[in-house]
Design a protein around this ligand. Sequence first.
Ligand code: SF4
Ligand code: SF4
Length: 374
Amino acid sequence: MEPARYSSVPLTFYRPASSGSRPARAAERASSPAARPARKEFVRRRGDRSQVVRRSVQAGFLLLNLWIGARFYLFVRYYESGGGTVFASRPPGVEGYLPIAGLMNLKYFLGTGTIPVVHPAALVLLLAFLGMAFAFRKAFCSWLCPVGTVSEWLWQGGREMFGRTWVMPRWLDLPLRGLKYLVLGLFLWAVLGMSAQAIQAFMESPYGIIADVKMLNFFRHLGQTGAVVLLALAAWSVLVKNPWCRYLCPYGALLGLVSLPSPAAIRRSPEACIDCAKCAKACPSLLPVDQLIAVRSAECTGCLECVAACPAAGALDLSAAGRRLTARAVAWGLAAILTGMVGAAIVTGHWHSQVPEHLYFDLVPRANSFAHPR
Ligand code: SF4
Ligand code: SF4
């Protein structure tokens, strides 16, 4: 039976209870002593530090992104001014913000066996984030993504201000959740339809070479429409938990799909669980954790909020292949995947874009004049 609260694709391993919903089970137990299960021994969980660890990782990665942004700004200003300002080398990490370039380069790499010379870091970072999704579910979203971090701060601020957050009505929530898959589908359709030659021509065109500069310019010279959209998104994020991630982000949609076969999952032990539902209440993705044996939803971000809220020792954990994964293990695992991929790319010479300096001098000042090639 479908649980009463939000479910998402795919919710599996439902509790084999007789009547399904929590109120129905409670009523059944009250009316029939025979149906009442033997009283469980409650062992209180010792202090959980998972959210301290996760928030420290979030803050550290946000600082890293701010440093990348500041450095990239100095890089752009140097070429815009014809070499008249302080020089900063281009931080390849900025290509983490070019997921479409990452997808195009992945298609090119799979088709030719060659790593492209323009925006190779976009491919390296995409592969790292996909690897994280397989290993630790959509942990990129709740542990690393700066948009996810700011989004979380916004709804936590909203909860402080209003004493609560709101949930979109189910009739709207379900179709809205499909939006991110629709956007992802459009991107995949466009990229998969390109030949390796077309991808190379795009990447080595002026537009492709300075796609990152155009992205920076979009935010530097934000128009009225852009500002209104950003403000509306921010206001929505104050009232509702993570609407950008839940409804609109195609990157999150892709990571969610890759996380589906992950061996890691939040698992609940019905023997130790005391049916308090604190896990479900704490879940920012609104998953009915208390009614599942294993959370295999594409919406689970591995944030461990449910584990932190659970009062019963041994009732709820993130685990893979029978082994419990602590927050520290997740943090070290994410760091290992990221540094391993970036380190390998640096050592093999596939981290920096191979663009001659004279091209930057020529293209960066004229960045806004280049239209998307057809
Ligand atoms: S609270 Fe638990 S079930 Fe919900 S998204 Fe986080 S890890 Fe997944
Ligand atoms: S928080 Fe969830 S898993 Fe933990 S005891 Fe309560 S219902 Fe069970």
